[in-house]
Design a protein around this ligand. Structure first.
Ligand SMILES: [Zn+2]
Length: 151
């Protein structure tokens, strides 16, 4: 399914100027570059509510994703948009050629992300929201991490 993303200029703000990076500073999980998939999420929910998508279409989390959500997922502040239960979790995966054996790994907590960020120049973290109850799932965010983006 292809969602139309509105990239018209009036909705875009110029990025803030980059801050100087002091030498020898520890990596912090400050995220400078990211993509939010808010519009795609909104479109999926709208299609579900008007009947263009069934619950089976939007609540199809893979068993592995559900398992990760149950064991290492971060509790979300809001309720599930489909079932309304407070069983929404965020699961993070990291991707990047430089990561080698860690490529595609599910990361838990900011410590692991910090460790990877201090070790590698660049990799992407994908944050997926998953409901433990109804299996709703959606890619929420893509962030760039690593030494190149630390500051
Ligand atoms: Zn749910």
């Amino acid at each position: 399914m292809i969602y139309r993303i509105d990239i018209s200029r009036k909705h875009r703000r110029p990025p803030p100027p980059p801050a100087p990076t002091p030498r020898g500073r520890r990596y912090t999980p400050h995220v400078r570059r990211h993509t939010d998939y808010v519009l795609a999420r909104r479109a999926a929910l709208r299609d579900y509510r008007r009947g263009a998508l069934t619950q089976a279409d939007v609540c199809d989390a893979h068993p592995e994703l559900l398992r990760a959500a149950r064991h290492v997922g971060e509790e979300a502040a809001q309720a599930c948009p489909i079932c309304g239960h407070r069983t929404l979790r965020y699961v993070s995966y990291v991707y990047g050629d430089a990561l080698k054996s860690a490529n595609g790994r599910c990361v838990s907590g900011s410590n692991e992300l910090e460790r990877l960020g201090a070790r590698f120049d660049e990799f992407a973290r994908y944050v997926v929201e998953v409901c433990l109850d109804c299996s709703w799932n959606h890619l929420g965010r893509r962030e760039l991490h690593g030494r190149r983006h630390a500051g």
